[in-house]
Design a protein around this ligand. Structure first.
Ligand code: NDP
Length: 329
């Protein structure tokens, strides 16, 4: 059936300004790292995208290597975009990245101009797009001069193949240099994409302050720690969960008794607040206005409903904050 987006899609979502740019991002964005590869039915992926957009999630985040196999997420997304979303292209913020291993040989990895520019061309082809909204360098490259990498970002923006440039996984010192270089080139850094959740708080140690000072937005990836900050693993490892999928990023050994105990206590606070733990974990990341958006993953449309439901209860009392800190300490 032809997809018709919900006319009420902008009713509840909050849109937050990305740094000092003209762009606003939804408080919740959807990432296509999992559940958009060849192992997932295209219809499942389609429902995730439709549900998101119907709830005002206007930002979909990809990377060249998302799959499996690498490239598959962009290909499937391209198909769904063509079939469902082309009338809505101008209502969407689509991002992709290059920086991790993508193809064999010396030109398919890291941060050279050669890799970044050819990778973006491949991504555009797979998605059937003329441009992406945001193009990221996916991780810092210790060998390539930072100026070369930033020049490549500036170049694709000037070519019109990307509207904005971003960086991901850059520690604060490298981010500071990258932001300065982009500024000199005349293509301000729009956004940084770091990992940030109750379980992973390195960004609080200088990065978020730097981004605020420089007027750069931030989008927190894996805000649910891949599902650990939800009720999913409270009573074991469900067979349809990420931890049971053989993922090298989340395996059953990582869900230790100590972690489960913390999650149980956090879950109690969430219940007292009248929300799910997943919702409290997202609200907690968004409590800091320096975070523009939380970048979630989802395997089911109900998880997207949960995420958006969080918007109804965002504030934390001083007691709740303290209790959460005590558990995380
Ligand atoms: P999350 O921490 O949000 O984890 C998402 C997973 O949590 C879901 O797939 C689901 O797992 C589980 N989940 C979500 N909602 C619920 C719920 N309500 N109840 C129970 N379980 C739930 O994020 P991801 O790790 O998936 O990363 C999100 C995005 O961040 C990626 O798609 C990508 O775009 C980006 N990213 C960027 C990286 C970078 O280097 N720049 C690296 C990694 C991610 P399940 O399958 O068990 O249902």
């Amino acid at each position: 059936m032809v997809y018709q987006a919900d006319p009420a899609r902008y009713a509840t979502m909050e849109y937050r300004r990305c740094g000092r740019s003209g762009l606003k991002l939804p408080a919740i964005s959807l990432g296509l790292w999992h559940n958009f590869g060849d192992a997932t039915l295209v219809e499942t992926s389609r429902q995730l995208l439709r549900r998101s957009f119907d709830l005002g999630i206007t930002h979909f985040d990809l990377a060249n290597n998302y799959g499996p196999p690498p490239g598959a997420a962009e290909s499937h997304f391209g198909r769904i975009l063509k079939e469902d979303f082309l009338p809505y292209r101008d209502e969407l913020i689509i991002s992709t990245k290059a920086g991790y291993t993508m193809w064999d040989g010396p030109y398919g990895d890291w941060g050279s101009r050669k890799y970044l520019i050819s990778s973006l061309d491949q991504s555009l082809k797979r998605m059937g797009l003329e441009y992406v909204d945001i193009f990221y360098h996916h991780r810092p490259d210790p060998e390539t001069p930072l100026e070369e990498t930033m020049r490549a970002l500036d170049h694709v923006v000037r070519q019109g193949k990307a509207l904005y440039a971003g960086i991901s996984n850059y520690p604060a010192d490298r981010a500071r240099e990258a932001i300065a270089l982009l500024e000199q080139l005349g293509t301000p850094c729009l956004i940084h994409q770091p990992k940030y959740s109750m379980f992973e708080r390195w960004v609080e140690d200088g990065l978020l302050d730097l981004l605020q000072e420089k007027g750069v937005g931030s989008i927190a990836f894996s805000p649910l720690a891949g599902g650990q900050l939800t009720d999913r693993y409270l009573n074991g490892i469900p067979p349809d969960s990420r931890a049971a999928s053989g993922s090298r990023f989340l395996n059953p050994d990582q869900i230790t008794d100590e972690k489960r105990e913390k999650v149980r206590k956090l879950n109690e606070i969430a219940m007292q607040r009248g929300q799910k733990l997943s919702q409290m974990a997202l609200a907690w990341v968004l409590r800091d206005e320096k975070v523009t958006s939380v970048l979630i993953g989802a395997s089911k449309t109900t998880q997207i409903d949960d995420a958006v439901g969080m918007l109804a209860k965002r504030d934390f009392s001083a007691q709740e904050r303290e209790a959460i800190e005590a558990i995380l300490a």
